[in-house]
Design a protein around this ligand. Structure first.
Ligand SMILES: [Zn+2]
Length: 342
């Protein structure tokens, strides 16, 4: 895997922060928030306080009075934008550069990060709290159904993707030997290749071997050139690419149609994900205990997503589920789950 390369911006930023660590950080307390920042970020502080208070206000509106202190650090990290909970410092980190636009969206992110903060710092056992993990294990057994515009669009896309993959595998079937005429850079000529499909990899690639290669006019390509191809080495191509080559196969027409549909669904999902089409993420739930696909990720993200939903869209939740999260955030203790019918 490629390592993340730092941008010049990030390097400069780290360099400046290195210098600034010689300068003493400033601490300021506002209500329940303890905020630490380097003097260079002083201008951001009022804005950050405004955002934090708005997030706290959303909790209040949802009948959750936050009582514990929350530690926040304002620290730059180049081009990164969103606030995040940093498990290594156990603080919420705010990126000053990311805090100047679309405050209402950032406030929603803060609601999520505050849930992480409470989970780790207020609830006994922190991220390892057993009762929360157990409830997550139960939740994640639930099967996806319904869901927000975005989740449903993603389901549709994924369903179509597996259909296209199934057809591609039917066309580019294991063991198939086929000829393909194409221009080849190595010999700088049109050539006819004979390939054999050996199998598939887990990454949806076909493993292919070149059995032979001829020039189009029928003259064999000389052995020197051939040996550059052979050497018993497998080649890997996406299954969809290989299926696209096999234009004479009987499923090809079907394949093209389904692939076009897939592209339409991809564009539709992108529009929703990018905000062009309104999302209803926390209004239409997958199941009582799982608002979104993202919440399936792990117990920590699940908890933060559930609390965020309880704060932003409390009416969308079943009362016995909402109560459970409200109680945890209010008291720091994890109660038993109530009976749904009560
Ligand atoms: Zn998170």
């Amino acid at each position: 895997m490629e390592k993340d390369l730092k941008t010049v911006d990030e390097l400069l930023c780290e360099f400046n922060e290195g210098l600034n660590s010689l300068v003493e950080a400033v601490n300021v307390s506002q209500g329940i928030f303890d905020i630490e920042y380097l003097p260079q970020y002083a201008e951001f502080v009022p804005h950050v306080i405004e955002g934090l208070k708005k997030a706290e206000g959303l909790y209040q509106r949802a009948n959750i009075q936050l009582k514990n202190r929350i530690e926040v650090v304002i620290k730059g990290k180049g081009v990164a934008k969103n606030p995040f909970y940093d498990p290594s410092t156990k603080k919420i980190q705010i990126i000053p550069q990311g805090f100047n636009e679309n405050l209402s969206r950032i406030v929603e992110v803060l609601v999520h990060e505050i849930a992480h903060y409470y989970h780790e710092n207020v609830i006994s056992g922190g991220f390892k709290n057993k009762a929360i993990k157990d409830q997550y294990d139960i939740a994640k057994q639930e099967k996806n159904q319904g869901g927000s515009v975005r989740e449903v669009a993603l389901d549709e896309y994924n369903k179509q993707k597996s259909l296209v993959k199934r057809i591609a595998k039917k066309i580019a079937k294991e063991g198939l030997v086929f000829k393909l005429e194409r221009f080849d850079k190595l010999i700088n000529k049109d050539a006819i290749f004979t390939y054999k499909i050996l199998g598939y990899t887990g990454k949806d690639e076909a493993e292919i071997e070149i059995i032979d290669v001829f020039e189009v006019k029928g003259n064999p390509v000389d052995y020197e050139t051939k040996s550059k191809y052979f050497l018993n080495r497998p080649y890997y191509y996406p299954i969809s690419t290989v299926a696209g080559w096999l234009t004479k196969e009987k499923d090809q027409f079907n394949y093209k149609n389904e692939k076009e549909k897939l592209e339409e669904l991809r564009l539709k999902y992108n529009d929703i994900a990018s905000g062009k089409v309104a999302d209803t993420r926390f209004q239409e739930w997958r199941t009582d205990w799982l608002p979104t696909n993202y919440s399936r990720k792990n117990a920590v993200e699940w908890f933060a997503e559930m609390v965020t939903a309880a704060v932003l869209e409390p009416d969308s939740m079943k009362p016995y589920v909402r109560n459970w999260f409200q109680q945890i955030m209010k008291t720091g203790k994890v109660p038993d789950v109530e009976n749904p019918s009560e």
